[in-house]
Design a binder for this molecule. Structure first.
Ligand code: NAD
Length: 356
């Protein structure tokens, strides 16, 4: 087998340990010799952030976190960082909170220590997102990649099961989409496959018992691998679709990913045999779709886009915008007709197998 690829590995320190976040954060603050620390955490995440920061001096707490990072909140947080002569930003929370810390780093180049509490995976990517005049823009900049990620599954115990499932399937979508993303390569695929294995092992344990440490650890570990493979492979068809559904139709991020994933998998799989086999093996099932559908049934995954406010009236506009963004190397040619069928099937929660 001849191999030829161009892979970039992003440099980041990862500290993983259940119940260890406070200790690991104090050690990192000392290693970075940080004096003026800003902690970013949404109102709901603030109590967790106070626990995590129990052993460090915090100069300023900042909790004005809004999903999809409106530019006004980014500018406010940047001013707070400047006024307080901040030298490190610590973010404790989900992807929205990490996103605000990234917005600060974009213009200040301040280092971020990320302490994620969902499976969104933003902490392991160099991708930023901002919303200005109701339009979400994203970009890639190594300045926004957190220097350190501190994973502590104890902080995820409070994530409701339903949100854990949606967020974990968002992680799984990173894995699957990276198998055919624009810069898919064997290194990404190795991480994505292990991510699929870990997430599909962890999520059923969380559903059975939300406090299961092993399940929570596996899901967090899988979410990290998912994000690393995704950051390297780039956005594939699945992410292009979900980005439009989230950005233009304001659908919730994790639930949208969780719902759309089987449809994109069914759509692309027959045209991407290597990716399909890799995912099937990682699920331990005969086909990738069978593995995903078994897992979805086991964890009670979100079923249809109509449950999240999407309607048939939005399909033509969504199709038009998505068609402009489809990656050139998507395994299957995407047309107005087959994309309309994909979105209609996902809207109604019909059997994805009808797409292949
Ligand atoms: P979120 O950060 O909006 O969190 C969802 C809800 O869960 C919030 O109300 C939050 O307060 C709550 N929550 C978080 N942790 C909790 C916990 N441990 N216990 C109880 N509740 C908790 O949602 P998300 O899915 O984590 O992130 C979505 C955002 O992240 C989107 O804006 C998305 O675009 C972005 N994102 C960016 C990247 C990237 O690489 N840049 C990757 C993935 C997601």
């Amino acid at each position: 087998m001849s191999l030829q690829f161009d892979h970039e590995t992003l440099g980041q320190r990862v500290l993983f340990g259940s119940g260890e976040a406070a200790q690991n954060l104090a050690a990192e603050i000392s290693r970075l010799d940080a004096k003026n620390v800003m902690v970013v955490a949404g109102d709901f995440e603030l109590p967790m952030a106070r626990q995590v920061a129990a052993d460090i001096d915090v100069k300023v707490w900042h909790s004005n976190v809004v999903m999809h990072v409106p530019i006004e909140t980014a500018e406010e947080a940047r001013s707070v960082a400047k006024e307080n002569d901040i030298d490190v930003v610590v973010c404790v929370g989900g992807g929205s909170t990490t996103g605000l810390a990234k917005a600060i780093a974009m213009t200040t180049a301040l280092p971020i220590i990320a302490v994620p509490t969902t499976y969104a995976g933003s902490e392991a990517t160099n991708v930023w997102g901002l919303t200005e005049a109701a339009r979400k823009t994203t970009g890639v900049d190594n300045k926004v990649l957190p220097v350190t990620v501190i994973y502590d599954s104890a902080l995820t115990m409070s994530l409701p099961v339903e949100m854990s499932v949606a967020s974990g399937l968002n992680g799984l979508a990173h894995c699957i989409d990276s198998l055919w993303g624009p810069k898919a390569d064997p290194i990404n695929a190795a991480m994505a496959a292990e991510g699929i294995r870990a997430l599909s092992a962890g999520l059923p344990k969380i559903v059975a018992d939300a406090q299961d440490v092993d399940g929570r650890d596996e899901a967090l570990y899988g979410a990290y691998l998912a994000a690393v493979s995704f950051a390297s492979a780039g956005s594939g068809l699945h992410h292009k679709i979900c980005h439009v559904l989230g950005g233009t139709f304001n659908l919730p991020h994790a639930q949208t990913h969780a719902t759309v994933l089987p449809y994109v998998l069914a759509f692309n799989a027959p045209y991407a045999p290597q990716a399909e086999q890799r995912a099937a093996a990682a699920f331990g099932s005969a086909t990738a779709l069978e593995g995903l559908q078994q897992l979805r049934a086991q964890v009670g995954a979100p079923q249809r886009l109509s449950d999240y406010g999407f309607t048939a009236a939005g399909i033509p506009e969504a199709v038009e915008i998505i068609l402009e963004k489809v990656p050139a190397n998507n395994p299957r040619t995407v047309t107005e007709e087959n994309l309309t069928a994909l979105l209609t099937t996902a809207l109604n929660g019909d059997d994805p197998a009808t797409l292949n």
